[in-house]
Design a protein around this ligand. Structure first.
Ligand SMILES: [Zn+2]
Length: 287
């Protein structure tokens, strides 16, 4: 049985898994995410600790070329033009597959999670920022240069809040977990959701405004790509029970010509924090 290793490089932790041929996680390793100069060494340690495997893939945040070069990465500002795939491949003495972390999560949810059976799917992860991925016509999309799916930097307000990327009014300024905290005026996302659960009026209003921002971006993405299903993941979706109903309501209103079309299903991701690592383990099947 094939043993496929996958490692997800997250904002705070690196999570490695080995998945067997029936999709079961048989081993798991965690390490804090190091600075960029130590990244390959830590990935090498994780790969060794994961033990026996036939293939290995890595998901990294930021713009990743199809050759596995990190062009730029928001959480690792010194990882500019870093050939992580080649460096790790040389260190391990085996072929390494490498892709964007949200593209990996998309692959995992499509093959083993909330998007199973979909022919056309969009995934967004609402975390510190917003990542995205696209399956179109039954094929995982990379774009011409490996950069497809950067939904978080879709501009939704040309004169809006400055984004660390240098533009203004990027969707992730409003619809990420950080966006929720910003709308809350000093509360954390968890706090405002907790208050909304207890029926606190101002918190319910903030959550509703937040869900409208999420739905606005989803409607733009659906207008453009016409998916069967839109999967929402990321840490914010731990509160899916309270967020999904208003997101769906706003989405159904904001979608283009809503009464003259089939609406995509809007669902929560199913694989949780392991989606990126599982997807990285599947990269060798979808290069
Ligand atoms: Zn931006």
């Amino acid at each position: 049985m094939t043993l496929a290793a996958g490692i997800d490089v997250g904002g705070t932790k690196c999570l490695g898994v080995v998945v067997d041929g029936s999709g079961v996680i048989v081993r798991e390793v965690r390490r804090p995410t190091p600075t960029a100069n130590l990244l390959v060494g830590v990935l090498q340690e994780i790969a060794h600790e994961l033990g026996e495997h036939d293939t290995i893939g890595v998901g990294v945040p930021g713009l990743i070329s199809r050759q596995g070069v990190i062009r730029s990465s928001p959480n690792m500002s010194t990882a500019i033009e870093m050939p992580v795939r080649e460096l790790l491949s040389d260190a391990l003495g085996e072929h390494v597959w490498c892709d964007n972390d949200a593209t990996c999560a998309t692959l995992a949810e499509w093959q083993m999670g909330a998007g199973v059976g979909a022919h056309d799917m969009v995934l967004v992860t609402l975390g510190t920022g917003i990542g995205g991925g696209i399956v179109s016509g039954g094929v995982l999309q990379h774009g011409a240069h490996g950069h497809a799916g950067e939904a978080g930097h879709m501009v939704v307000d040309a004169h809006g809040d400055p984004c660390p990327c240098g533009q203004r009014g990027c969707w992730e300024r409003y619809a990420s977990g950080v966006g929720l905290a910003r709308l809350s005026g000093g509360l954390s996302g968890e706090e405002v959701i907790g208050r909304a659960r207890r029926g606190d009026g101002p918190a319910v209003s903030v959550v509703n405004t937040y869900c409208e921002w999420v739905a606005l971006g989803l409607a733009n993405l659906a207008n453009f790509s016409d998916p069967d299903v839109m999967v929402i993941g990321g840490g914010v979706m731990e509160a899916a029970d309270i967020l999904l109903p208003p997101i769906r309501q706003h989405f159904a209103r904001l979608l283009y010509a809503p009464s003259h079309r089939q609406h995509p299903r809007v669902v929560g991701a199913e694989l949780g924090e392991r989606a990126g690592a599982i997807g990285a383990s599947l990269l060798h099947l979808h290069d």
